[in-house]
Design a binder for this molecule. Structure first.
Ligand code: NDP
Length: 616
């Protein structure tokens, strides 16, 4: 499978400098997408309930016992990750004292509490990714922090803003019911609680419910098995820095090659006797170039530096020119590459022309990514299988300097399934179907002692299924019922029928590469609204029906261009597993980008009337 490449066939209108054939690439991308399209969409995955619940047990904590709670708090925040912590921090700054954090894990950290797999690290620069660095007075050790450091920082935020006080860990919300007479939410949990809260903030995170592939025979496997978000160090030995000495005599299989696998595969390759990496779709792997923080640079930073750096990064990755690229990494480079021609005003500036320009820049970037594979991976057929054939933002771009090289190890084998995915799991291993050297499609079994699922998290399923609890709003209507045809919100934060409930998610809200940036904006917005509620002496806040309908129309209207792009993409969680639809669009983000969304919120606050909210 060679790269479609022919400078001679590039039409002049498309480019005079490219060294590839855009038409051939378009065909190749379509062909690769079509191989992977499945009617089942999200249904191909198994929910981690019943016999699969063991995959989500907390391996990091000793269980605690406590009596059920029925007390009353002002603000109850669900989720102790960055979303909940930022909400708590900004509310504290706004003078809110009576806050309870409710968290399923044994401590703060959210995704960084659960994801402790070897090699876990942030892939957005730590100086813009780790929230509240100036408030806490902390400087990350490296340009990209390791998971343990991020977990420790989360705990530091909890301490600094006094969020451990009254917090409930190891507590999973099971349902929330609105009591209209009392203007309270009654929050039920797996510990028999019936806590009462005037306001609830749902900050459960976008990628928090692990998913498993619905592969035939999955329950028959008799070896050791776990999901990457609950790494079993008792079995593998070592820690988040690697040294997995428990695997020295083990044959290990890992299913999935997304951002998680890209980070842990190098450690598995170094530690295991034999590693099989089962691949359905390769990720794009760009340069990482991590390095220690320069103490001189850190000492010279002026107050306010973090917000300025975050904005500089967010502008650059949104295509807004900046005189300086402060972060200067793969993210600002790839998006800069995509947008540079548009910024320069090169070529046809009509909407169609712009789309074409972006597409060409994308082709160029992905050609670089594919060349990098060839440069690093010695075996030509392995290199060919590791090349991604889709547009850069069809999947989360990855950055790593050891992943590709791992496939040069004699004990590591890439088992490429040619887009089919794993066919079957047996009591002793993994079966795939692929072409042999004679061109015949044959089944092959790979025996493994340990099978690791790097198969990601639920995204496209119902909000309440992902959250793990149901909301019963006004008149007992559930959020699942209210959102049956897709989400319905004002600014992604309020939903009519669910008063005093504030939602933090990507749904109908802004989407940023640097996720905590948006969480911070949402937290500031929440703190403003609750401060206004005190000022205006109101205790009930609810989206107005017309304002909510108008926001949903805006979301749908803005999504049309994006929908076309998503349809052309290889399946994944970005495009509802290859099935983008009106409903998935309603469950998607604000299509004009994060900067425009932040401006909507800022303008709304500046206008000052809390337009679109009913208050009493
Ligand atoms: P992903 O959803 O990105 O990847 C899941 C993987 O499992 C894909 O490679 C998928 O293949 C594969 N898969 C699913 N079913 C099968 C099957 N039946 N047979 C073979 N393979 C299968 O999950 P990740 O946990 O890797 O990443 C999720 C997100 O978490 C990232 O996109 C990123 O946003 C975030 N993340 C961030 C990190 C960071 O900041 N450093 C690090 C890790 C994750 P296919 O592509 O074909 O669907």
């Amino acid at each position: 499978m060679g790269a479609p490449s022919s400078a001679a066939t590039v039409s002049q209108a498309e480019s005079s400098t490219t060294s590839f054939d855009p038409d051939a690439l378009r065909d190749k991308y379509r062909e690769e997408r079509d191989k992977r399209l499945r009617d089942v969409g999200n249904e191909q995955y198994i929910e981690v309930v019943g016999e699969f619940e063991r995959y989500v047990h907390d391996p990091y904590v000793d269980p605690i016992e406590r009596e059920p709670l029925t007390d009353d708090v002002e603000v109850l925040i669900i989720g102790g990750g960055f979303g909940g912590l930022l909400a708590g921090a900004r509310l504290r700054e706004a003078g809110v004292d009576d806050i309870r954090m409710v968290e399923k894990g044994g401590d703060f950290g959210g995704t960084w509490y659960w994801n402790r797999y070897p090699g876990a690290a942030c892939d957005v620069e730590s100086y813009v990714y780790l929230p509240l660095l100036e408030e806490i007075g902390y400087m990350p050790k490296q340009k990209y922090s390791q998971a343990a450091e991020i977990l420790a920082h989360s705990q530091a935020i909890g301490r600094h803003f006094d969020l451990y006080r009254n917090a409930c860990f190891q507590t999973e919300v099971t349902e929330m019911r609105w009591d209209d007479a009392d203007r309270r939410w009654i929050v039920g949990t797996n510990r028999g609680d019936a806590m009462r809260a005037r306001y609830i903030v749902m900050a459960s995170g976008p990628l928090h419910r692990p998913k498993l592939p619905g592969i035939e025979g999955i329950t028959s496997y008799e070896g050791h098995t776990f999901h990457t978000s609950r790494w079993d160090y008792d079995y593998t030995g070592g820690g988040s820095d690697g040294d997995l000495d428990g695997l020295a005599d083990k044959r290990v299989g890992i299913i999935g090659t997304g951002a998680t696998a890209v980070q842990c595969v190098p450690h598995l390759g170094a530690g295991a006797k034999q590693l099989y990496v089962f691949q359905r779709t390769p990720s794009s792997i760009d340069v990482r170039d991590n390095r220690p923080t320069d103490p001189e640079w850190a000492a010279g930073l002026e107050p306010g530096w973090q917000q300025r750096r975050m904005e500089n990064f967010n502008n650059l990755v949104s295509g807004i020119p900046e005189s300086e690229d402060l972060v200067d990494d793969g993210w600002t480079d790839i998006i800069g590459n995509l947008l540079i021609r548009v910024r320069r005003g090169e070529g046809d500036m009509t909407p169609d022309g712009l789309m074409k320009t972006m597409e060409l820049a994308d082709f160029e970037k992905m050609e670089q990514i594919r060349s990098r594979v060839e440069e690093i991976v010695a075996d030509p057929s392995t290199a060919e299988a590791l090349k991604p054939w889709y547009r850069q933002f069809c999947k989360r771009p990855c950055f790593h300097d050891e992943y590709l090289d791992t496939f040069n190890r004699p004990n590591v084998e890439l088992v490429d399934t040619e887009g089919r995915g794993v066919k079957r799991i047996t009591p002793t291993g993994v079966v795939v179907e692929r072409h042999n050297s004679a061109g015949e499609l044959v089944e092959e079994e790979f025996e493994v002692d340990c099978l690791i699922y790097a198969t990601g998290f639920e995204v496209g399923t119902d909000y309440t299924r992902r959250a793990g609890y149901e909301l019963y709003g006004r008149d007992g209507v559930t959020l699942t019922e209210a959102w049956a045809d897709g989400a319905s919100t004002l600014h992604g934060m309020h939903s009519r029928g669910f008063p005093n409930c504030f939602i933090f998610s990507n749904v109908q809200s802004g989407f940023t590469v640097n996720f905590p940036h948006m969480l911070n904006e949402q937290s500031k917005h929440l703190a403003y609204i609750l401060a206004e509620a005190v000022e205006r002496e109101v205790t009930l806040i609810e989206a107005d029906a017309d304002a909510e309908a108008a926001w949903v129309d805006t979301i749908v209207g803005l999504s049309q261009m994006n929908l076309k792009f998503l349809e052309s993409c290889t399946p994944g969680y970005y495009n509802n597993e290859g099935k983008p639809s009106e409903r998935s669009v309603k469950n998607g983000s604000y299509g004009a980008g994060s900067l425009a969304f932040i401006k909507v919120l800022e303008d709304w606050r500046a206008e000052g009337s809390l337009a679109g909210l009913e208050l009493s």
